[in-house]
Ligand binder design. Sequence first.
Ligand code: NAD
Length: 485
Amino acid sequence: MPYDTQPQASHFINGRYVEDPAGAAIDVIFPYTGETIATVHAGTAAIVDQALAAAKAAQPAWAAMAPRERGRILTRAAQIMRQRNADLSLLETMDTGKPLQETLVADATSGADALEFFGGLAGGLTGETMQLGEDWVYTRREPLGVCVGIGAWNYPTQIACWKAAPALACGNTMVFKPSENTPLCALKVAEILTEAGLPDGVFNVVQGMGETGKALIGDGRVAKVSLTGSVPTGRKVYAAAAHDLKHVTMELGGKSPLIVFDDSDMENAVGGAILGNFYSSGQVCSNGTRVFVHRSIKDRFLVRLTERLGDAVIGDPRDAATSFGPMVSESQMDIVLGYIDKGKAEGARLVTGGARLDRPGFFVAPTVFADVTDKMTIARDEIFGPVMAVLDFEDEEEVVARANDTPFGLSAGVFTRDIGRAHRVIARLEAGTCFINSYNDAPVEVPFGGMKASGVGRENAHAALEHYSQIKSVYVRMGDVEAPY
Ligand code: NAD
């Protein structure tokens, strides 16, 4: 390990590491071995106050800085992050259990993409002018103030950067609370930003469980909350933010449909279904976990899927050859095993997997159920593990209605060689992030987020700037004021 997995201290506030041992101890577990690799302390009321005070104090000067200079700092941080990708990826692998094969290309690199992209956009933040006869109006795009970011455990570095980069580009400051399961990498993001020249207090990290998140959101100094998490947590956070009418971005869960028509390229459809169900051991919010396969090709699909799953290299996530790692935690593994039991009990046909692997670590075998019906629990609930539900369908009209019959609306995918059908079906699917003949691509240039219960707002792309800034309109009268009296 290039650096110790134990951080210098639990929190990063005002440009330096800060500790408060009075906070509850949180052990960080390496999911491959179950070993404790670090211990941090949850943020106490004093730590929450210190972080928010730092963010509040730093915000006016940060917002007053020339936007291009703000952007230059973010871009510099992106460069440092890329240079350290190997070390950061290993730390992410230890924290999450995800294979190095994934973390090397999808975590710090994705974070760096966001810092670079929004660093580049910062200098281009503009308002508009409207000419109204002689009078005119101009608009200013202003920051919101102090933003709170709250993360899930599946992409810790990426989530921290997807929130921080647009927030900071717009002139806001941030207090970020990582998931209690994966507290390590956000501290590295803070270190790198500071090294890149970020003024003290602009990006702060506070550890803790839901209670710490709640304390942050409830504080009057906070203007905006951006959460990545489950729908139940989203409801609580949205409600808490509503009290003071704070701005929100909600990146929540899903149960997304992936529709495979009978004219699909079979290898690509199977590949898409594998990426959309088993990458990161299925711990991806946008996964296409309801795979609707046309009845006429279902058997062939299941044969190829099972064959290809047999090629997964399950093992030590630090090993470059490993392509499938453990679940993030024992409790998440137990939740997933519970869903597998429900699938069996409710009559779905187990095609492959279906159990914990007989080895140390929190491994659940890549699992496929076929003959799944719409009402089964495994077709309705987000499982957040390597469990694919394959459902049969006959025609387009039917599959669109069934695909939309869910409270979620994060993602959707269609595999077909019929270009007309591809666009027609995607247009009718109620989901924010869609794919044609692909699945789960998430480049920073593209807006990412959900419809219905899967979320509010969008991350990435120009769209994210809308959610981290507010518009001030200024009416300029050129002539006299005509008052009635
Ligand atoms: P979670 O909802 O349990 O926790 C998310 C975060 O919220 C954690 O940091 C947690 O400490 C915090 N939290 C919990 N209760 C809180 C409260 N009352 N107030 C403030 N903060 C609180 O989610 P998880 O188990 O960490 O992550 C998995 C979930 O995240 C899945 O549902 C997944 O779909 C979703 N997710 C969504 C996206 C997306 O972009 N749409 C991305 C990744 C994960």
